[in-house]
Design a protein around this ligand. Structure first.
Ligand code: UDP
Ligand code: MG
Length: 318
């Protein structure tokens, strides 16, 4: 089977109610565009009837391919799986809850035809996010810009088109920690942008909990910056230097003025503060060690339970 021009990768986790609308809008757009394509839906351990629905669509349309992962591995792993099984000359990653409107596809495609190897869909607004999430993102990307090794364009999410060369590059990255946005910026290549309006989720709820989001955010930062680790050297130096100055002052004062009344409160305050700083620093080091641990275990990112529509059947990834 020759490779299609476009592959559309859709990670799906409990999206049963969105699939009918999603596929009909996608098909309308693709027919208009008139290029060969494949739609790859990755069922990421859904607990509703997403998989059954996907199979119905698979039976109906030969452009649709379906992969079912062995359990819920998370969006980043599901997207990685999609990138690995996709055969298109360009691959579009998009959410399956219709927050990323399929109608933006022709614009992404046009920029790719113009020569860009990666086309970001930049959101014009964040109105669909909660106030907390909006503020959190703003602060996070500001921080990422300051201390991260790479630049992530403001407003760029996971909705994007990748040329085959970029897909191969991302697939070749060995790490387990898949902060896709970061990985895709890290590999480089020429980029272009297209703007779009984020739609509210069609049906269902976002799978992200605040704790999950926080974990993902810390993961991303730690994968692309060693500043949280190094900053402790600076803090340590500053604390030691002030301690030394204070020591000199104390010794001189005792020599000149004699023995002072001992200050229990100051000693306690200093002790506790120093203890706190040390534990914080240690915790930060532990964060990195924990990640080194997951990396060295080299477990696969996902397991495929079933797949439909592919030439070569294989059970596992890499
Ligand atoms: N998703 C997934 N696995 C997960 C969580 C989410 O494949 O464990 C998919 C989900 O079906 C959707 C996309 O990732 O297509 C974005 O998820 P969601 O809408 O929950 O996130 P948000 O839009 O709030 O960032
Ligand atoms: Mg969503």
């Amino acid at each position: 089977m020759s490779s299609p021009v476009l592959s559309i990768v859709l990670p799906c986790h409990n999206e049963a109610e969105n699939l009918d609308v999603l596929f009909s809008r996608l098909q309308a757009v693709m027919e208009k565009l008139g290029v060969t394509y494949e739609i790859i839906a990755i069922d990421d351990g859904s607990r509703d009837d997403t998989y059954a629905r996907l199979l119905q669509h698979y039976g109906r349309d030969k452009n649709i391919k379906v992969v079912r992962l062995a359990r819920n591995f998370g969006k980043e792993s599901a997207s990685s799986c999609g990138l690995e099984v996709a055969r298109g000359q360009a691959v579009v990653l998009m959410d399956s809850d219709l927050q990323h409107p399929p109608e933006t596809l022709p614009a992404l495609y046009a920029k790719w035809k113009d020569g860009a190897q990666m086309v970001y869909a930049i959101r014009r607004n964040r109105d669909t996010d909660s106030l907390f999430r909006r503020q959190f993102s703003k602060l996070y990307y500001w921080l990422f810009g300051k201390i991260g090794d790479i630049k992530i364009p403001e407003g760029a999410g996971d909705f994007r088109l990748l040329d085959r060369r970029v897909v191969d590059a991302v697939n070749a990255l060995p790490e387990r920690s898949r902060f896709m946005k970061g990985l895709m910026s890290w590999v480089g290549f020429s980029t272009a942008e297209v703007e779009f309006d984020v739609a509210p989720r069609h049906k269902g709820e976002s799978s992200w909990s605040p704790a999950g989001l926080m974990h993902f955010a810390i993961d991303g930062l730690i994968s692309f910056s060693s500043i949280p680790l190094r900053i402790w050297t600076v803090i340590g130096l500053a604390v030691s230097a002030s301690a030394l100055l204070y020591l000199v002052y104390l010794v001189l004062r005792t020599l000149i003025l004699g023995v002072d009344t001992p200050g229990f409160a100051t000693i306690m305050a200093t002790l506790l503060m120093l203890g706190g700083i040390q534990i914080l620093g240690l915790g930060m080091v532990a964060e990195y060690i924990a990640r080194i641990f997951t990396e060295v275990k080299r477990r696969p990112l996902y397991f495929i339970a079933e797949q439909h529509g592919f030439d070569k059947e294989s059970n596992t990834s890499r």
